[in-house]
Write a protein that binds this ligand. Structure first.
Ligand SMILES: NC(=O)c1ccc[n+]([C@@H]2O[C@H](COP(=O)([O-])OP(=O)(O)OC[C@H]3O[C@@H](n4cnc5c(N)ncnc54)[C@H](O)[C@@H]3O)[C@@H](O)[C@H]2O)c1
Length: 267
């Protein structure tokens, strides 16, 4: 059901690993709404191959980039602008990975070199992307940059471990760089704080399935799924949200403003 919301817009989408990825749904919907897109992911993810299916479906190309490498990001931006024949209208950062969580280290027994790598992948990469694009003047006026976040940036969810600090850092980069992008080219920078969603990254968190059900009952509208996240994200890429910037926007079925839900007590 296309409304041509992104007709004529060109954007880069990070983070589509497989068809469960939130970025996958965003890419499909952006294409349906008329955008021209470039897909990117880390070289190791590209080897899995699924992204090529998505590229075919979206009439797109895939350019590999490790989001922690400034060299890769510069190359990605150059190649994308060449493909588009001009500057970029929107970018999606949909990247998260925790080494300590993946290797099952408890929060009270963190390995710090892994923590630094986690921050680099999950948050500093967002600053790197924005800085590379800023230096190249790669964004069109009134463009839009979005990253995906989670409410553990504000509240404690013990099993989310060091990803909580990653998301706090990510959201802070959106505010701080949002100022500079607004002044430079009226580009807006926001984060979407999304409900728990069944994906490779989401399911890597201990107790995810139980927590998913809990969040669903706590949220009066239920958990927001990946497709509705994609629809919301498109509005942020579109011209209908030009004055929204430096915000962390909850897309969570109401979870963030709940105190107690009888549905949880009734279990
Ligand atoms: N799934 C959830 O419950 C949930 C909830 C809120 C926010 N988020 C956030 O949404 C975003 C997307 O996650 P997802 O749930 O779709 O899972 P996903 O596993 O499908 O996506 C994570 C992506 O990060 C990519 N990535 C990892 N290291 C990278 C690197 N060095 N360079 C480039 N890309 C790299 C992976 O290849 C993968 O495509 C993440 O920021 C995640 O924290 C997820």
């Amino acid at each position: 059901m296309s409304k041509g919301l992104l007709e004529g817009k060109k954007g880069i989408i990070f983070g589509a690993l497989d068809d469960k990825s939130i970025a996958w749904k965003i890419a499909e919907r952006a294409h349906e709404e008329g955008a021209e897109i470039v897909l990117t992911n880390a070289p190791v993810a590209l080897r899995m191959g699924a992204i090529n299916e998505l590229a075919e479906k979206c009439n797109s190309i895939v350019i590999g980039a490790d989001a922690t490498s400034v060299e890769d990001l510069n190359n990605l931006l150059d190649q994308s602008m060449e493909r588009f024949g001009g500057k970029i209208d929107f970018m999606l950062h949909s990247i998260g990975m925790s080494l300590n969580v993946r290797k099952k280290r408890e929060y009270t027994n963190i390995k710090y070199d892994w923590m630094q790598k986690t921050f680099d992948i999950s948050a500093i990469s967002f600053h790197k992307l924005m800085q590379c694009a800023y230096e190249k003047d790669a964004m069109n006026d009134w463009g839009s940059i979005v990253a995906l976040s989670y409410i553990a940036a504000q509240r404690t969810f013990p099993d989310y471990s060091e990803m909580a600090e990653s998301k706090a850092l990510l959201e802070s980069f959106a505010r701080s760089f949002g100022y500079h992008w607004a002044k430079k080219a009226k580009v807006r920078v926001n984060t979407i704080s999304q409900s728990p969603t069944i994906t490779t990254a989401g399911s890597g968190v201990k107790g995810f399935d139980d927590f998913f059900g809990y969040a669903d009952r706590m949220s009066p509208l239920g958990n927001a799924d990946a497709l509705s996240c994609a629809d919301f994200c498109l509005t942020l890429f579109s011209d209908y949200t030009r004055m929204i910037t430096m915000q962390n926007l909850y897309h969570d079925g109401g979870f963030s403003n709940m105190g107690m839900a009888p549905e949880v007590l009734d279990m």
